[in-house]
Design a protein around this ligand. Structure first.
Ligand code: SF4
Length: 283
């Protein structure tokens, strides 16, 4: 069996930086708790817990002296809340997420109504919207939802995307808003790392030699799911979290497997999957 990796896959710069910051902190004996998963990958979460930095789901659950804010960011008010609880902050928010915080506040100050295209339950989206007056924004994730709103009542509209979305898939959502309100503009907020991984996954899936594709990543990772959706359009594809999820029966007789990985998947997990694949093939 031959294994072909996508030209670009795995950890993005934001997650690499977050991972390094937390490991450096833990390595110096720091005691902290991460609010939400540091990245959407269960293996990384387990690794952090082994290093002594556990995951919590509310600021009030933090018993350690330091709270870690993940690469997805938090609502600005969480900084004050953490301080009022006597916590120090280790902020690993990605700089691209901070750019959207800044740009959306600027658009709001200029009088625009904000539209966030994304998952309303995703921590990144909650970070942008939690502190805002609900009359100032909408979160939409389908064209149907966009059609249900009368956008023409707003003097202007500014569209932002959750960083890890697949732009093509949400084009119609943006167009619905634009058709209803001519004074609509888009902020190009889909992260380059996501675009590169998606494009590389598409090229891998189009490769005639590749028969099946494995997409490695956390089951709660939006960008990993999007990679799997892209690959599934071309070839039978499966999302796995690691080597332990490999299904020998699904791979029987396959001569070439494509591998790609989400932006929160560490390199060592990709290596483990490839090693296990070659073992299964008896190489
Ligand atoms: S996917 Fe992009 S926006 Fe998200 S953490 Fe990585 S570099 Fe930052």
């Amino acid at each position: 069996m031959k294994v072909k990796r996508a030209g670009k896959y795995g950890f993005c710069s934001g997650v690499r930086v977050a991972d390094i910051k937390v490991k450096r902190f833990a390595g110096k004996g720091g005691r902290g708790a991460i609010l939400g998963q540091v990245v959407h990958n269960e293996r990384v979460v387990e690794e952090m817990e082994r290093l002594g930095v556990r995951t919590v789901h509310a600021l009030e659950e933090v018993r350690e002296p330091v709270v870690v804010f993940s690469a997805h960011g938090v609502p600005p008010s969480f900084h004050d809340r953490a301080k009022s609880l006597g916590l120090e902050i280790l902020d690993t928010t990605c700089k691209f997420v901070y750019d959207i915080h800044k740009e959306s506040r600027k658009a709001l100050a200029a009088g625009a109504h904000l539209v966030f295209i994304g998952d309303p339950n995703h921590r990144e989206v909650l970070g942008y919207t939690h502190d805002l007056d609900p009359a100032c924004y909408h979160i939409v994730h389908s064209a149907e939802q966009a059609r249900a709103v009368d956008w023409s009542v707003y003097p202007s509209v500014k569209i932002f995307y959750q960083t890890t979305l697949n732009a093509e898939e949400y084009e119609e959502v943006a167009r619905v808003v634009e058709r209803a309100n001519p004074d609509t503009s888009r902020a190009d907020t889909i992260c380059y790392a996501t675009k590169e991984n998606q494009e590389a996954a598409r090229l891998l899936a189009e490769d005639p030699e590749v028969e099946r594709i494995l997409v490695i990543g956390g089951k709660h990772s939006a960008n990993t799911r999007h990679l799997n959706e892209i690959c599934s359009r071309y070839k039978p594809s499966r999302l796995i979290q690691g080597a332990e999820d490999l299904d020998a029966a699904w791979l029987r007789g396959v001569r070439c497997v494509g591998l790609t990985a989400g932006a929160s998947t560490p390199d060592y997990v990709v290596e483990e999957v490839e090693r296990r694949l070659l073992e299964l093939a008896g190489c």
